[in-house]
Design a binder for this molecule. Structure first.
Ligand code: AMP
Length: 209
């Protein structure tokens, strides 16, 4: 199953992708995670990406397209994959299709998670990630049982100011891709103003699981 989890920052793509990995036994490909890993490894690519990410801007298409092409060619993607945070521009969507065609694959499902902007800011500013497990929490809505045990960190770009820029970029550059996938009849929408469990169950229904 080749799936794109689509939607604005903070809508729950990462949380759902991590649950879907277990249900579907296919990997999550999160360009944000790959870029953050490059930053923490202090690679040249990481340094370049950081200058865009800190401002809430998109990293140039050539960089992310190359990363994803390489990742999709790995063996664990043979039976499918969950793209999370990619594509984010029409150019990325077109290159993705070209790259998939070369390896006789195509996107089968675009799951569009929907949430009002006003709720997104609250979700993102309260978001914390466990340094130990990578699990995503929310300080108010989904706190860990033992905060000290989990060693929670906040992403540098999860501040209110940067979130507004990320949302602007989402509406201007990313949301228009939906029309492209709609023309292929592969988009299904899911209301993200719901519990993690209900959202997961709605996604699985769409996937026929
Ligand atoms: P995310 O973890 O998906 O919210 O991504 C965090 C940041 O990484 C974004 O705000 C962008 O700066 C960058 N990024 C992640 N994925 C992409 C992408 N597909 N295209 C461009 N920039 C990206």
């Amino acid at each position: 199953m080749n799936i794109i989890l689509f939607g604005p920052p903070g809508v729950g793509k990462g949380t759902q992708a991590k649950l879907l990995i277990e249900k579907l036994n296919i990997p999550q490909i999160s360009t944000g995670d790959i870029l953050r890993q490059a930053i923490s490894n202090k690679t040249e690519l990481g340094l370049e990406a950081k200058s865009y990410m800190d401002k809430g801007d998109l990293v140039p298409d050539e960089i992310v397209n190359g990363l994803v092409k390489l990742r999709l060619s790995e063996k664990d993607c043979e039976n499918g994959f969950i793209l999370d945070g990619y594509p984010r521009t029409l150019q990325q969507a077109n290159i993705l299709d070209e790259n998939l065609k070369e390896i006789n694959k195509k996107i089968e499902y675009v799951i569009s998670l929907e949430l009002d902007d006003s709720l997104i800011v609250e979700r993102i500013t309260g978001r914390r990630t466990s340094k130990k497990t990578g699990k995503i929490y929310h300080i108010k809505y989904n706190p860990p049982i033992d905060e000290n045990e989990e060693d929670l960190i906040q992403r540098d770009d999860d501040t209110e100011e940067v979130v507004k820029q990320r949302l602007d970029n989402y509406h201007n550059q990313t949301e228009p891709i939906l029309a492209y996938y709609n023309s292929h009849n592969i988009v299904s929408s899911v209301n993200s103003d719901d519990s993690v469990e209900n959202i997961l169950s709605n996604i699985l229904k769409i996937l026929g699981k």
